[in-house]
Design a protein around this ligand. Structure first.
Ligand code: ZN
Length: 451
């Protein structure tokens, strides 16, 4: 087999690996590069393989940095199947058309402001392209091996988010395991990642390759962060990613109310995408830890805000209450209207669950900004601001090493990808020191023969 690194090398996003053997060509993941401009511009460069020459795509999970280039691939002539788990397909049905919509909005904005060097600026793809890509999906359950040309493929649970999988590919007695994004063994909603068996080669992610998660009980952390705000009659605003984080927060509130650790206040989930994703947890109960009864309790807990009118009415409602809304970094979405409405109130709290990269409003808030620009107007921030960094869906360094160290025999080689350079290199060193496996950090475009 020959492996080529077409993305997620030297960076966290743009996951794409080309695997070739005996005339069969597959792409493992097909993600968008995201983040700063020079990364996003890579999405416009040629892929490195003609989509028409690919037999299949093997998709680890639905996050856009793993799936978001599929609409381009299908539009440009890819005629094979996209194999992934059923929940991943259903999540892509929500995320890919939305991603196209965001590309169209960005192009419209660039044209209005006149700052694109392309005139008129075009979207990378449209919401219609996103929908068209869905017809190529051919879902497969976990642990059911299937053939793609000369290759034998098996999807294994990776934890992380609903439907996420690691992917093992075998060819003539040689195997390679792609970790995908690995979740945490102690995740409240997701099952622990399935341990590797005895792969010859491993491609492992390194998002948290140089970090350990704090040893904090997420329920206690949420309780302590929210309680003072609710006791003073305030509104607790929790910006959250629509897939994964929003559902985990709902589950935590359900537990805290059930154990009377918090007063039972109204909880609103205001994100159409998060509402659709929550319904998928009820449809795919085998893919998470909750039984149907617990799942129903979690869904009953929240009021799902659907219309724009209801979303606006929420801003006139008095506390105490909890509002969960997307986007998680305050970069767009309905949460911005709530930020403008609740930010000035001294009784309120804005609780940022997760990493906030520089350049986002979330980052400015954590840096102590007392006013923010929202929809062209300055908004005073008198509300309490705090970070709730206990809900990561990624394994930390210890988790990654624990997963990899469970191999039944040392792999011939490990490729460390999907991390910032410092993170990937720190994990590489730990793999060498602690596990005595051969490991390297590949660069974009690197090719290796796997024998
Ligand atoms: Zn992911």
């Amino acid at each position: 087999m020959k492996l080529t690194f077409l993305g997620a090398a030297g960076t966290v996003t743009g996951s794409k690996y080309l695997l070739e053997a005996d005339g069969t060509r597959v792409l493992v993941d097909c993600g968008l590069f995201q983040g700063v401009k020079n990364l996003r511009e890579r999405n416009w460069k040629p892929l490195g393989v003609d989509p028409k020459d690919l037999d299949a795509v093997l998709l680890t999970h639905a996050h856009i940095d793993h799936s978001g280039y599929l609409p381009v691939l299908v539009r440009d002539g890819f005629a094979g199947k996209i194999h992934c788990t059923p929940p991943t397909r259903d999540l892509c049905a929500i995320l890919l058309p939305d991603s196209g919509h965001i590309q169209e909005e960005d192009a419209r904005y660039a044209n209005k402001k006149g700052f694109s060097k392309h005139r008129p600026a075009k979207p990378l793809y449209t919401s219609v392209d996103g929908e068209r890509a869905l017809s190529a999906f051919a879902p497969v359950e976990l642990e059911r091996s299937f053939a793609v040309g000369a290759l034998q493929v098996t999807l294994r649970s990776a934890g992380h988010i609903l439907g996420a999988a690691s992917i093992q590919v075998e060819h003539r007695g040689t195997s390679i395991l792609f970790s995908g994004d690995l979740g945490r063994d102690d995740d409240l909603l997701m099952p622990p990642p399935t341990r590797p068996q005895s792969p010859d080669w491993v491609v492992i992610e390194s998002t948290y390759g140089n970090r350990q998660h704090p040893q904090v009980d997420p329920l206690s952390a949420l309780e302590q962060a929210v309680r003072p705000c609710l006791e003073r009659g305030g509104i607790a605003l929790l910006p959250a990613f629509a897939v994964g984080r929003a559902q985990l927060l709902l589950y935590c509130f359900e537990r805290l109310f059930a154990h009377e650790r918090l007063p039972r206040v109204p909880v609103f989930l205001n994100s159409p995408m998060a509402t659709s994703a929550t319904a998928l947890y009820q449809q795919h109960v085998a893919y998470h830890r909750l039984d149907p009864r617990q799942c129903a309790d979690v869904c009953d807990l929240a009021t799902f805000v659907r219309s724009v009118e209801d979303s606006k009415a929420l801003n006139r409602r008095a506390g105490p209450m909890v509002v969960i809304s997307a986007s998680g970094m305050l970069t767009g979405g309905r949460v911005l209207h709530h930020l403008a409405a609740y930010g000035p109130g001294r009784k309120n709290a804005i609780l940022l669950p997760g990493y906030q990269p520089p350049g986002t409003r979330g980052h400015s808030l954590l840096e102590g900004a007392r006013s923010l620009k929202v929809h062209g107007a300055r908004v005073a921030i008198n509300a309490e601001v705090a970070q709730l960094d206990v809900f990561s869906a990624h394994a930390d360094q210890g988790g990654l090493l624990g997963w990899l160290g469970a191999c039944e025999r040392p792999p011939r080689g490990v490729f460390v990808t999907h991390g910032e350079p410092a993170s990937a290199d720190a994990l590489r060193l730990e793999i060498k020191d602690q596990l005595a496996y051969r490991a390297r950090v590949p660069e974009l475009g690197d090719q290796v023969e796997l024998d």
